[in-house]
Ligand binder design. Structure first.
Ligand SMILES: Cc1cc2nc3c(=O)[nH]c(=O)nc-3n(C[C@H](O)[C@H](O)[C@H](O)COP(=O)(O)OP(=O)(O)OC[C@H]3O[C@@H](n4cnc5c(N)ncnc54)[C@H](O)[C@@H]3O)c2cc1C
Length: 135
């Protein structure tokens, strides 16, 4: 029985028709260097790429870090570093403002969201400039 997959299809699970459509799409849409990589792949897979940005990284005493707060495009090569920076900044904030964290949340939030929104935009611009999608 066919399984409907919403976000990802693992290697070897794509039908021949879909692989052929993928090659056609690559030929029509991608710059040569990337088109060649698609054709070289023995077992292509599918992974949906999304941009995610939360309006606020905390609620009450719950904080959202890393991918839970922002998902930026893979070609920025920055997601692990961003998750790490979110955590370090939160640890510093908790350490320095133990008695007054409620007042410090907005400052931590503003700083982290500003950086993350910049990364999200950067990822979109990089994609656009590389012929990989629209802004
Ligand atoms: C195939 C692939 C390649 C990637 N390559 C790169 C790369 O080259 N460079 C880069 O910077 N980033 C890369 N990323 C992205 C990077 O892995 C993530 O951005 C990063 O791991 C996010 O860290 P995180 O701590 O926010 O989330 P995660 O690393 O996803 O950590 C979340 C953790 O929470 C756990 N968890 C989930 N639900 C629960 C629950 N209910 N209770 C308890 N625990 C729970 C999960 O098991 C997981 O261990 C890649 C991702 C993928 C999938």
């Amino acid at each position: 029985m066919k399984k409907k997959r919403l976000y990802a299809v693992p290697p070897t699970f794509l039908s021949n028709k879909t692989v052929s459509d993928l090659h056609q799409l690559a030929d029509n849409e991608l710059p040569k260097i990337l088109k060649d990589r698609v054709h070289q792949m023995e077992n292509p897979f599918v992974q949906v790429i999304v941009d995610l940005a939360v309006p606020k990284m905390y609620s009450g005493h719950i904080a959202l870090l890393g991918d839970a707060a922002f998902v930026v495009r893979p070609h920025t090569a920055s997601r692990t570093a961003k998750a790490y920076r979110d955590a370090i900044a939160l640890a510093n904030c908790l350490y320095c403002h133990k008695g007054d964290i409620d007042n410090e949340w907005p400052h931590w939030n503003d700083q982290q969201t500003r950086e993350a929104i910049h990364l999200v935009q950067y990822g979109k611009q990089l994609a656009f400039r590389s012929g990989l999608g629209r802004i």
